[in-house]
Design a protein around this ligand. Structure first.
Ligand code: ARG
Length: 272
């Protein structure tokens, strides 16, 4: 069957971005975001995606929802289905109806997890090939993993996060292609590292101090790994694995606990 694959990346401009509450160890309301720098850094990510031939879909930012800039947390997507996030913290719950509207507008069949469970989308759910890895420990309930896998009709492996700095899977794990992923082993229980090892043929290990610079919070695109300045430290090992590193400063967003990947939700807008 011939399938037209149209790829795009969902982003949300940082108009209303700021540190207005503290829901992870990186956030400190006393630290001010330099708005101009945030706009510049976000714009550089968007420009690079454009230069690499990606289409950008923009979600409209909403005043009072400063974390909407982190589109990775909208939902997990697979084919034409979306499982919408149900945020663990009340501070982000207001985003949910906006993400539903955005995803429906893009043509996704939007599903939801059981009311009492929390789930934070592509922040905690990432595919290596057609196998889904889902994390639990901070934002997403382990009990939701099976529901999500069933709704998407995929196999899933559950990984336990154990370091609050790495509160989302996408801060410490990054699929680069169908058989390769970055992983910061210290962020996971030893059993979970073994589960990942058993499933992913090539795991590139990232030291915790490099991952703490949001190096794993990366976007693989056209043979490149696009990530924060900290990803410079991974240039050697990534080159050996056949990937080029493109590092961009995203320190304004790191003040909120996010990097390049958090700002990006890859969409597959192919026609079935
Ligand atoms: N301040 C946001 C939060 O704590 C940051 C989200 C980062 N996104 C991500 N996909 N890791 O929820």
């Amino acid at each position: 069957m011939c399938e037209l694959r149209v790829m795009a990346i969902l982003m949300c401009p940082p108009d209303h971005f700021g540190i207005e509450y503290e829901i992870n160890p990186w956030m400190n309301v006393a630290v001010e975001v330099n708005h101009e720098r945030a706009v510049e850094q976000w714009g550089a990510v968007e420009r690079l995606y454009n230069q690499l031939g990606e289409t950008i879909e923009l979600a409209s930012p909403v005043a009072g929802l400063p974390d909407m800039v982190f589109t990775a947390n909208a939902a997990v997507l697979w084919r034409r289905r979306a499982v919408l996030s149900r945020f663990h913290h009340a501070e982000r719950a207001g985003e949910e109806r906006h993400w539903r509207a955005v995803l429906e507008g893009l043509g996704f069949d939007v599903r939801e997890v059981s009311a009492e469970l929390s789930f934070e989308g592509a922040g905690d759910a990432l595919f290596v090939g057609d196998h889904l890895f889902q994390a639990w420990g901070y934002r997403t309930d382990a009990a939701v993993h099976e529901e999500v896998a069933t709704m998407l009709d995929v196999e899933s492996t559950s990984l336990e996060l154990v370091d609050p700095r790495f509160y989302h899977l996408d801060t410490c794990f990054c699929p680069l292609d169908d058989r390769t992923a970055l992983i910061a082993p210290d962020a996971f229980s030893p059993e979970s590292v073994e589960l990942a090892r058993a499933r992913v043929p090539r795991l590139i290990e990232v030291p915790a101090e490099v991952a703490a610079g949001f190096a794993c919070n990366a976007m693989p695109l056209a043979g490149r790994v696009i990530s924060s300045s900290a990803s410079e430290a991974m240039r050697g090992p990534l080159r050996e694995a056949g990937f080029d590193v493109v590092s961009l400063p995203v320190d304004e967003f790191m003040k909120s606990g996010g990097g390049v990947r958090c700002l990006s939700l890859p969409l597959e807008l192919g026609l079935p």
